[in-house]
Design a protein around this ligand. Sequence first.
Ligand code: C2E
Ligand code: MG
Ligand code: MG
Length: 571
Amino acid sequence: MRLHNTRPAVSAPADLGPSVLLEQGLQQLEAGITIFDADLRLVFCNRKFLELRGLPAHLGHPGTPFAAIVRHNAEHGVYGPGDIDQQVQDHVERARRFEPHRFERVLRNGQTLEIQGNPLPDGGFITIYRDVTEKRQAEQTIHQLALLDGLTGLANRSSFMQQLSAALPMAERQRQSVALMMLDLDRFKNVNDIYGHPVGDALLKEVAGRLRELFRRIDTVARLGGDEFAVILPSLNDRRMVRRIAQRVIDSLARPVMIAGTEIRTGTSIGVSFFPTDDTDPEELIRKADLALYKAKAAGRGSYHLYDKSLHEAVQRQKLIEEELRRALQRDELTLHYQPQVSIADRRLIGVEALVRWQHPERGLLLPQEFLETAETVGLVAELGERVMRLACEQANLWRLAGWPALRMAVNVSTRQLQTHDFVRAVRDVLAATDLPPDWLELEITEDSIVTDADAVGRKLLTLKQLGVSMAIDDFGTGYSSLGYLKKFPVDRLKIDRVFIKDLPDSSDDAAIAEAIIKLGHSLGLSVLAEGVETIEQLDHLQAAGCDAVQGFYYSRPRPAEELADFKAAD
Ligand code: C2E
Ligand code: MG
Ligand code: MG
């Protein structure tokens, strides 16, 4: 089948031979099509081609020289600025090579054409023009969506990583510094818990807007997830400038935000690391900025901290403890000491608190303060907590089988552990595995862990309560002081923190606080236990104030299980 160049390409002929049908078919195509012969003269083109290229009809006539079409394009700026004759000559020369080619051209009206040409066996070539504008736009959108955080429109984590990796070599060439800021909103979780997620989302958007205003166009402001933001500041020469900017960010985010008629206050802490002084590796820079952030948060809300080497050493120490702690869990180096809880009225042993100890192979017996925080930061605290609960329940069951009167084994539960989704199942499993009746177990929970994620925690505690497990609020008086939760949660006991007991009976303030907690507890039908009771005077005072039970060195330090067997409550 050959197409003849004797027929006008655009008008349909009367007789319908095979080539006519073919031509009609080609006219219907969604793509533009041209065929040139070996002398670079037009054999055929369809209407779509003329339309796509915006060519006048006469240039579609068979026999039109390739050069005439190219010249028209060149005169209409299709090939960009430049000498027209030169452009025509270049195109003709290239066409004469009769090589397969494929490329895309973005037209001045924004359309994108995909142009694909192939040589024909008898010389000449056939070219197909496709409008790929929509396809490319869709790809562009997907690309942007992949790089932007859907909620705030800031860069997302993956584009942040790309930008950071690109910024470092550039700064190196220009002998400049890059600062990396990590930000974390204060109390964001509370906002979500108290006002709900839509308000939390609106707050994040407002924060994103304020951040955008504060930084230069060349800075990359990103949301890495949750309430975690990061900023890359390239082309820096002055650390002092970063301090000023950090302070400005803190001031800006400390201003309250109005959302749906409610005034919401948040704030931010910032950690900063610098390329190349602190590190040259992007991941390490992030880690170091995170460390600085950690430090800033520890120093109190609304502050910033620049990374320094001493942080590094603290982290090395922490890493070492982390490794050792993992090993400790594997090798059963954790043991428990038990401290008696004594009822004031009849000086009877009513329970014991299990307190974790680490029998370290080189360093001896370690107290929780030396490793719990690390366990918390490296995510081992839930595993550790489960181990403790199992050991404690095993021990309690041994005492039960040995004929001890019923007592409560009080086990401390950390916030993280309580937040694990299978916490209830873990407690159930331990009870089942150790055969301990649930009413022998008491969980010690802090006020803070109840307030974080209150609904979920409330449900878990209720389920456990229904099993027969009891609950105590540990360190009462030092945490988040919202008393409303006491009514909502299935609590049995308040443990007055020992800071209020320490200076009894001399400190009238502490005496007033202790008495108020005892009254509050009783009015809610709760039992009240005082922690850290060391002297008879403290005990007498608490007895007079109506306190139900005590725990402290006065009766006994925490001791290993064997030694507790001969514990007799002193009278
Ligand atoms: P806590 O739950 O308030 O435990 C009471 C702490 O006070 C214990 O410290 C205990 O030794 C100490 N203590 C008891 N009586 C007295 C006293 O008369 N005077 C003084 N000065 N201190 C007294 P320890 O064993 O060092 O534990 C510290 C904290 O570590 C505990 O405070 C608890 O929050 C946490 N902890 C201990 N074991 C565990 C555990 O297995 N899991 C979790 N998540 N936390 C634990
Ligand atoms: Mg406790
Ligand atoms: Mg306590």
